[in-house]
Design a protein around this ligand. Structure first.
Ligand code: SF4
Length: 337
């Protein structure tokens, strides 16, 4: 297995830079490369696992993110296959729950961590034991290999399992340059931590210049630039009604803290998570009118009923902010439809 040097990489940054990196981490990529290596992978994963993030480093970084209130919304994979991960006796399921998957606030803010797998060879039992956290099984290019596996999935699936979806293949990347999908698979701006390096990532509309629909660049101490964490930024990439886009641009996108390059900016903006949530919420409203806000209100009501011991001050703050944002977003957006 290859070497890793994320720990050493992080040591090159000043404390305020390390804070910005961890506060804006949208993805922790637990392996460099993917063992399956589909031809035409829509996210640009390299074939073959080259290195793995040690479990003790992963937990150290997540602990630090949680201390900043920002781990909610971070996803523990990116250009890799989640179930390739094994380190120090831990696997992807452990990483998912350590980051907060299944947690009340996490689910509320990000609809839980979205897990998609193409079931690497040898991980079948592990995936079957984790159907409660798997959202998509990618069989598009693996029908023959996964035929027996899918029958087993239907045998063991019960009401507690996530509704499994069989995902469709997104035409992204150089292989599909003449027929690119309009939406990228990259759902967040922010920082990606891999076992060997640190990148800043920005979602864009797929194009010949950026055929995967994202721009990923190494973060370096001397020319420090980080994209601020923001969920569902496909609004930047999506084709929407120009009237709505202009309105959004004027009202919100100009405010959006897209890039952080100094300690002052870090200090002058509030918790990343709330910023990110604000833009995600507004993005959803543009595509689905009121249904998203109703969904959130319904969830708040359900959580309030379910959680008999009450909310922590932090949870209360999140829900209060969410309700305010829904009202603000509705007032600006709904007249446009
Ligand atoms: S399994 Fe997923 S991440 Fe891996 S190469 Fe195929 S599409 Fe890409």
């Amino acid at each position: 297995m290859g070497t890793y040097d994320l720990k050493h990489k992080l040591a090159e940054f000043e404390p305020w830079q390390r804070g910005i990196i961890l506060e804006n981490t949208s993805r922790v990529q637990l392996t460099d490369g993917c063992s399956i290596g589909c031809s035409g992978c829509g996210i640009g994963a390299e074939k073959g696992v080259k290195s793995i993030m040690p479990w003790d480093l992963y937990t150290e970084l997540v602990d630090e993110m949680v201390a900043h209130w920002v781990a909610n919304g971070t996803t523990p994979y990116w250009k890799n296959e989640p179930f390739d991960y094994h380190s120090q006796g831990k696997n992807f399921r452990d990483a998912y729950f350590y980051l907060g998957g299944g947690d009340l606030i996490y689910n509320f803010l990000s609809e839980s961590i979205y897990v998609q797998t193409a079931v690497p060879k040898g991980s079948e039992q592990e995936v079957l034991a984790s159907l409660d956290i798997v959202n998509d099984i990618n069989i598009t290019l693996h029908k023959t290999r996964l035929k027996n596996f899918i029958s087993k999935v239907f045998e063991v699936c019960d009401d507690n399992a996530n509704p499994l979806r069989i995902c469709t293949w997104q035409k992204l990347g150089p292989k599909h340059i003449n027929n690119l999908a309009k939406d990228t698979l990259s759902c967040e701006h922010g920082v990606v931590l891999t076992p060997s390096n640190i990148y800043t990532i920005r979602s864009v509309r797929p194009s010949t210049k950026h055929p995967y629909g994202y721009i990923q660049e190494e973060v370096i101490p001397d020319n420090f630039i980080v994209n601020s964490l923001s969920w569902d930024p496909q609004i930047y990439a999506r084709e929407i009604d120009p009237k709505i886009r202009d309105k959004l641009h004027n009202e919100w996108l100009d405010e959006a803290p897209l890039v952080i390059d100094s300690e002052e900016k870090r200090l002058s903006w509030g918790p990343r998570m709330l910023q990110a949530y604000k833009y995600a919420l507004k993005g959803e409203l543009t595509s689905d009118k009121e249904s998203w806000s109703l969904f959130i209100k319904e969830n708040i009501r359900r959580f309030r009923n379910e959680k008999k011991d009450g909310f922590s001050p932090f949870e209360e703050k999140i829900f209060d902010e969410a309700e305010l944002m829904i009202e603000e977003a509705k007032q600006i957006l709904l007249p446009l439809f």
